[in-house]
Design a protein around this ligand. Structure first.
Ligand code: G4P
Ligand code: NA
Ligand code: NA
Length: 194
């Protein structure tokens, strides 16, 4: 997605080769127009596949799930992170290790909002180690719903997330795939010119 690649070049800050700060337009302050375009891009990619629900994880996936759900005309659900170990029967709960926080959280979705008949599109801001997305995928599996695919706004292709997720056979679509980065440069895997 050219608009997104250009914006990452302009306003993204690579703290080092591993972590990209995008909190001036995606993650903290949010460019609402760009967010809606991101939602349309995911809807264009997956819209033909009968998606009934968009699934993400709090916090920074929520606005992308909203934009995607608006474009598809379906509800979205966001998985909640809890530190507590209380497992209740009416929740699907999986442990997820957070790359940025260095902590393990339990991630939960109410059984009421994911059902076996659902066709689920997972979206999130980053595809990095893949751990958060694997957790969401596991929640979909537990529910018996069909996983249509995964949409990531930014993929850090030099991390192992895509390989881990592709090993499960799921279709992944990332809107910007970073091949490598540093404070001085930014290289995308598929440079878009339009
Ligand atoms: P993932 O690849 O499935 O997303 O799993 P991973 O565990 O690698 O990353 C999970 C968390 O780390 C996510 O946020 C994700 O947005 C964030 N993250 C990963 N790489 C980067 C990066 O380069 N820059 C930024 N800004 N964030 C990154 P989270 O811990 O779930 O928290 P939240 O921010 O969504 O609340
Ligand atoms: Na996230
Ligand atoms: Na995040």
């Amino acid at each position: 997605m050219k608009l997104l690649q250009d914006r990452i070049r302009q306003d993204g800050v690579a703290l080092n080769g591993q972590v990209l700060k995008v909190d001036s337009f995606l993650n903290h302050q949010v460019d609402a127009g760009l967010t809606m375009e991101i939602g349309k891009a995911f809807a264009a990619e997956f819209g033909a596949q009968g998606v009934t629900k968009v699934l993400t994880i709090e916090a920074s996936g929520i606005h992308f799930a909203l934009a995607t759900a608006v474009a598809l005309g379906v509800p979205f659900v966001y998985a909640k992170k809890k530190k507590a170990v209380t497992l209740t029967e009416d929740l699907y709960t999986v442990p997820v290790h957070s790359f940025t926080r260095g902590e393990t959280f339990n991630v939960s979705v109410s059984k009421r909002y994911l059902q076996a008949e659902d066709r689920v599109l997972i979206v999130d801001d980053f595809l990095a180690t893949g751990d958060a997305l694997l957790g969401l995928q596991e929640i979909v599996r537990l529910s018996g719903a069909h996983l249509v695919g995964i949409g990531a706004v930014i993929e850090k292709s030099f991390q192992e997330g895509r390989a881990k997720l592709e090993a499960t056979g799921v279709k992944i679509h990332s809107l910007a795939r970073i091949k490598s980065m540093s404070p001085e440069h930014m290289e995308f895997l598929e440079e878009e010119s339009l």
